[in-house]
Design a protein around this ligand. Sequence first.
Ligand code: MG
Ligand code: MG
Length: 280
Amino acid sequence: MHGLFTNADGKKVIHKTDAEIEKMRASNLVVSKTLAYVASLLKPGITGESVDKAAEEFIRDHNGRPAFKGYNGFPFTLCMSPNDVVVHGFPGKREFLETDVVSIDCGVELDGFFGDSAFTFAFEKVEEPVMELLRVTNTSLYKGIAQAVAGNRLEDISFAIQNYTERENGYGVVRELVGHGIGRSLHEDPEVPNYGRRGKGMLLQEGIVLAIEPMINMGRKEVFQANDGWTIITRDRKPSAHYEHSVAVRKNKADILSDHSYVNEAIKNNPFLKEISLKS
Ligand code: MG
Ligand code: MG
C-alpha cells in the first residue's frame, strides 16, 4: 500500500537512526515471513478471504499489528490484487484460478515502526507474456533500489524504473500511485514516483527510508478506481504487476530491509506457483 499522489507541502522527510533502521528491519522481517506464509497457502480453489485471515493470525502470533487493517478504513490485513487489479484489491470470496497472477501487499507495525513489502505471484498456468511482465517489474524494483544511495537524487530511482519498464520494455508505468517514505508512520514524505528525470528531486542522504514499489501495466498506463473506493484496475483490463521493498539509503549500496528470499523459497516448495526469476 502506498500514498496516493498528494500535496507534500508542510511535511518533511524524517531521517532514521541506525537503531531505528534495525527496528524497521525487524518489522520488515515479519512482513517478509508473512508473504512467504501466504505463498505456502496459495493454490487454485482457495479464497483470498481465507488467506487474509491466516495472514492476520500469523502477524499477531509474531507480535505485530496488520498495518493496513483500519488504515483510512481499509478492511483487511492484505491488499490482494489479481490480474487486471493494480493495487488495493480486497481479499474476497473468489477462488483463485490456475491462470491467475495476484499481487499481494503486506504492512506490519512492530515496536512502533512499520514494514511494507509486496510481491506478485503466478499460478502454474500463467502464460509467458504475463510471466515476462512479472520478471521485468521485479527486475525494475532492483534497478530502482540500486539508485537509492547517498548523493543521488530521488528521481534517479524513478528514472531507473521508468526507463527499464516503459522505454526498454514497452509497458505502462502507473502515474497515480507512488512509493513513499516509511518509519513511525506507514506513509511519510517523500513520495517516490515510478517515473521521473535523472538528476531531479531531493538529495538522498543516509538514514532516509523509502518504500520503492513499481506498479507496472502490461498495456496502457491508465487506471481507474472501483466503486468500493479502493480497488485500482487497469483501464484496458490487461494484467498489472507490483513488487515492493522497504529500503534504507546508505553511502555506497542501499540496505534492503524487507527480504523476498523467504517468498522465493516458499514458491519453490509450492507446486501450484511458478518461480519469478530476475532478468540479467
Ligand atoms: Mg505495500
Ligand atoms: Mg508501500
